[in-house]
Each structure stands twice: as C-alpha cells, then as structure tokens.
Write a protein that binds this ligand. Structure first.
Ligand SMILES: *[C@@H]1O[C@H](CO)[C@@H](O)[C@H](O)[C@H]1NC(C)=O
Ligand SMILES: *[C@@H]1O[C@H](CO)[C@@H](O)[C@H](O)[C@H]1NC(C)=O
Ligand SMILES: *[C@@H]1O[C@H](CO)[C@@H](O)[C@H](O)[C@H]1NC(C)=O
Length: 244
C-alpha cells in the first residue's frame, strides 16, 4: 500500500514537471540541468511573437520547442530562445577533459525564406564566472548547425572548410562590444543530428586562434536566433556534459 502510493506520487511529479510554455519576452523556467529562456532581446527591431515550451528534462538531457513569427528588421536578430547549462562552467579551457554533446533537432514547419540560425553560444573569459555578453566576456564561440536565408555571423570569414569533430566549418571572426566572436558555420548545410566532443573546438581555438588555455568556460547555451519569417523548431534531444 505504502509502496504503491509512492510510485503513483513519483509518476504525478514527473508529469507535472514537464510541458511548460513560456510566452513572456524574458520568461525563463527550470529545465533539469538547464534553464530555458525566451530572451527576446532584439524584439524591438520588428513585430511578431514567440513562445517556447519545455517538453521534458532528465539529467543532462532536455527537449524543448519554440514557435516564432517575426517581421521587419530583416538584418536584426529578434531573440535567442535557449537553454543554458546551470553547472557546465567555471573550468579553464585547458583543463577540460571532454565536453560531449548531442543535439537532435528539426523544423516541424518553416515559412518560405526564413532567416534564422540554430546555434551554440559558448562564453569564456578571464574571471571564473560571468554572465554571457557582459564585461566578464572575452570570447563568444558560436557553432552554427543551421544558418538559413543568407544570414552571416559577426565579423568576416577568415577560413573555410576546417575539419573539426568530424564536420566541415567556415570560421568567422570579429569583435562585438568588449569581446571577440568566433563562429563556426557548417560548410555542408544543416546538421540536424550533432554528436561530438566540443573539446575539439576548444583545442583548435587554443592551438590556432590565440584563445588562452587559461580562459574560463563561463556558459554554454544552445538555441535559435530568428531574424524574419515563421517557424516551429523542435529540439528532440540536447545534452552537454563537461568533465575536467
Ligand atoms: C504565442 O502565444 C500567444 C498567446 O499567449 C499567441 O497570441 C501567439 O500567436 C503565439 N505566437 C506563436 C508564434 O505561436
Ligand atoms: C539523448 O542524448 C543522450 C545523451 O547523449 C543519449 O544518451 C540519448 O540516447 C539521446 N536520445 C535521443 C533520442 O537521441
Ligand atoms: C508550436 O507549433 C506546433 C506545430 O508546429 C504545435 O503543435 C504546438 O502546439 C505549438 N506550440 C505552442 C506553444 O504554440
């Protein structure tokens, strides 16, 4: 009797904790090892709306979705709906043993000619901790698994067809505020099933791009930057696990 009621309680809690939809421009919700946020920081440049739903979370695995429709300001990012890992940070890049990640995603629907990326946004800096895009930031490392509609990362392309982690990348570089942005853009179109060790990017950046091994990992975020159009993006599965 006691055993059965405990089992029922745990089923109830598991169901109750999933399927939460965010509608406010800066709403966030706890999502297991992550925090899911709408982050509509650029919405003032256009008109539209976006809602994000936490579907499930378990340990380092999270599944979520975001629906967006944005018009005007075709060259402006409207938002970065994303999950940020709550604890995969505070370690120096040179001390990372592995940063295994798995990202399976798809567009359930997309309007004609959408302009949007689906990307990692990884932040490093001199202090051990610091929020993304602040005075604590030295480098913003983006990995674009998709970039549709002719959009471009910050700066200019400095290398093409780099082979890292079993994929081919074009590397873009340029300054933004007080930090440098280094963006790896898939050179072979969209990558909708991505299963790599991010440490291969960190090792490359230390060896070839002057990123100090003493830089602290401050944040790992993954999400989407829509410019214009409308789409329904499903993150079937995302995980990242940093060990040092
Ligand atoms: C987001 O939700 C609001 C209701 O809260 C709705 O009016 C709007 O159409 C939704 N946007 C999208 C892109 O689904
Ligand atoms: C989700 O990611 C985890 C961790 O990489 C993996 O064990 C699991 O098989 C993945 N599930 C799917 C459906 O891809
Ligand atoms: C997002 O769009 C999908 C269809 O593409 C729909 O099933 C889902 O309910 C929508 N979610 C929200 C929060 O509007």
């Amino acid at each position: 009797m006691h055993f059965i009621s405990l089992a029922l309680l745990s089923v109830f809690v598991a169901v109750a904790s999933a399927q939460k939809t965010l509608t406010g421009a800066f709403d966030c919700t706890a999502a297991g090892a992550y925090t899911l946020c709408q982050n509509q920081w650029g919405a003032f440049a256009g008109v539209g709306s976006q809602n994000s739903t936490l579907l499930s979370s378990s340990g380092n695995d999270v599944s979520w979705a975001t629906n967006w429709t944005w018009a005007n300001g075709p060259n402006n990012v409207k938002s970065y709906a994303n999950v940020i890992h709550n604890t995969a940070k505070g370690v120096q890049l040179g001390n990372i043993q592995s940063a295994l990640t798995n990202w399976v995603w798809t567009y359930l629907s997309e309007s004609e000619g959408i302009r949007a990326d689906v990307s990692y946004d990884i932040w490093t800096g001199v202090p051990q901790s610091g929020d993304p895009a602040t005075s604590a930031s030295s480098f913003e490392i983006m990995i674009w698994l998709s970039g549709l509609g002719g959009i471009q990362p910050v700066g200019s392309q400095i290398l093409s067809n780099l082979q890292i982690a079993g994929h081919s990348w074009n590397l873009w570089k340029g300054p933004n505020a007080n930090w440098q942005v280094l963006s790896f853009v898939s050179a072979n179109g969209e990558v909708r099933d991505f299963d790599v060790d991010l440490n291969e990017f960190f090792k490359y950046l230390i060896a070839e791009q002057g990123v100090a091994s003493t830089q602290f990992l401050q944040a790992i975020q993954t999400g989407t930057e829509p410019f214009v159009g409308s789409a329904s993006l499903l993150i079937e599965n995302f995980s990242v696990d940093v060990t040092s």
